[in-house]
Write a protein that binds this ligand. Structure first.
Ligand code: ATP
Ligand code: MN
Length: 477
């Protein structure tokens, strides 16, 4: 049996030779032309069937969705729209597909409908393109850090520390919920639980990442993270993937440089390696935007937007400067913000972040030096005692894509911050140890992988850039 050639490779293969293609039927026109797709690329292979000399019973089984093995001769195409076509010699049905009940018809389906059949949506052009790009981005993440000699660290998914503080957690337990063991005082007896103590799914690998960075200098994590927050938005998932570099001997400026370099590298990688899929998604976006009123359409196409991000330096400013801009902005004065900006110290909402990025600066923005009250305990205190060395990277259409900081490396300051924020120091002794045994300035950040995929693909809902999204009320598949 001759070996299968991927359809992507057939487009550049030598013509007038014999090949075997395998894939799924997208359409079958006039009993003669099969559009065959194997997911190796967006484009379908046109297969030409000699219907006069083919068994009619076999022809009947060539339906949308059926899986085929086709052996034939590749020729330069006579028709328009493709460079090569395969003249079928032998056709085998690998898997029949009942056209009556197959939910994917050769027409446009809504993203909402496709979300309900997430087990089949891989078979569509849109999701094929999204998941090939997702792969390319994941690969580029490793390439970027590997080139810079970072060590990839696998931090735990089940965590015994409840002080990460980044969000609500999912508890992990093997206790029988119908018969929970109790202590004499009537509390839950966690000594009887699997780990002998309460455990959760991690919300971030940062704290463990810091331990590694304070020995290996440059590390990153790239793994699943979980947040049990009830945010039913187009930017939040209950299970998502996060990339978290942590760098010793680095300050906030180094951190900003790393974040900006990384984002530009990842976007460039996709522009360079995924042009067919990007062109398709760009057109999809244009078609979608035609439904919107003129003033809501974006001024740039998808690839223009991506190129713009690479070519321009990100705008860097402090939280305090941003508050001034927002306070004096037209939407604020006209009461257009859902959350009006008045006082210094309030947290920024997505609408504020997007105003800064999309209307005011019209490019990616890095905000720094936030009030300590609205940021985590481990961020390094500024000399004014009011702000910390935090940074958020804000992107058009997304809002926050990265959150990070220079870390508080001074033992005494860190300890008093923990006391202020009621974080039990005894349980965090392992973390505090790093500040006792050779502490150094260090910094890091977290990039939400799906938010990046969202930006690069031009999709609008984060549930459409992860194969099987988890969100409140949904853990299907
Ligand atoms: P947001 O304010 O948008 O809810 P956050 O401040 O809680 O995010 P961080 O704790 O700073 O987020 O996490 C770092 C990054 O992880 C964020 O910048 C974002 O890209 C991503 N992220 C955070 N929460 C989610 C989520 N629920 N779903 C998908 N990505 C997320
Ligand atoms: Mn954040």
């Amino acid at each position: 049996m001759a070996k299968r050639t991927r359809i992507q490779d057939l487009f550049t293969a030598e013509v007038d030779s014999q090949y075997v293609a395998m894939g799924w039927v997208r359409t079958f026109r006039n009993n003669q032309f099969i559009a065959l797709n194997d997911g190796s690329c967006l484009a379908n292979l046109q297969v030409v069937v000699d219907f006069e000399n083919t068994d009619p019973a076999l022809l009947k089984r060539i339906t949308t969705g059926a899986a085929l093995r086709i052996e034939g001769t590749l020729i330069a195409s006579q028709g328009k729209g493709q460079t090569v076509e395969l003249i079928a010699g032998n056709i085998d049905i690998l898997g029949d597909c009942d056209a009556e009940t197959f939910p994917l018809q050769p027409k446009k389906h809504s993203l909402e409908f496709l979300r309900e059949i997430a087990h089949l949506r891989f078979r569509t052009n849109t999701f094929g393109a999204v998941f090939r790009i997702r792969h390319a981005l994941a690969f580029a993440v490793h390439e970027f850090f590997h080139n810079r000699h970072f060590v990839y660290i696998h931090t735990p998914i089940i965590t015994g520390s409840d002080a990460e503080g980044a969000g609500e957690m999912f508890q992990v337990t093997t206790l029988d919920l119908h018969n929970v063991p109790k202590t004499d005082e009537g509390a839950i007896n966690y000594k009887k639980d699997f780990f002998g103590k309460p455990t959760n799914l991690t919300v971030s690998g940062q704290l463990e990442g810091e331990l590694a960075a304070l020995a290996l200098s440059d590390i990153y994590t790239f793994g699943p993270t979980f947040r049990a927050e009830n945010s039913n938005t187009s930017r939040h998932l209950a299970e998502f993937w996060m990339i978290e570099p942590e760098v010793a001997f680095a300050d906030l400026d180094d951190n900003m440089d790393l974040a900006e370099d990384m984002l530009k590298y990842l976007i460039s990688y996709v522009l360079k390696h995924c042009s067919e899929d990007l062109a398709f998604l760009e057109q999809r976006l244009l078609d979608e935007e035609k439904q919107k009123p003129q003033q809501e359409r974006s001024e740039m196409t998808l690839r223009e937007k991506l190129n713009f991000c690479i070519e321009n330096p990100f705008e860097r400013l402090t939280y305090t400067e941003a508050i001034d801009i927002l306070r004096n902005s037209t939407p604020n004065k006209k009461g257009k913000f859902q959350y009006p900006v008045e006082k210094w110290g309030t947290d920024l909402q997505s609408e504020h972040e997007r105003y800064l990025v999309e209307k005011h600066f019209k490019k990616p923005v890095i905000l720094t030096n936030y009030p300590k009250e609205i940021k985590a305990f481990y961020m390094r205190m500024d000399d004014d005692g009011k702000t910390v060395r935090a940074m958020d990277v804000l992107f058009p259409g997304i809002g926050e894509i990265i959150g990070g900081s220079q870390r508080e490396e001074r033992y005494d300051v860190l300890l008093s911050r923990m006391e202020e924020m009621h974080i039990p120091a005894e349980e965090m002794s392992w973390f505090l140890d790093t500040r006792r045994f050779g502490s150094v300035p260090h910094a890091g950040f977290g990039l939400g992988f799906e938010r990046l995929v969202l930006f690069v693909t031009g999709m609008t809902n984060i549930r459409d850039v992860i194969p099987f999204p988890r969100f409140p009320g949904n853990a299907e598949f």
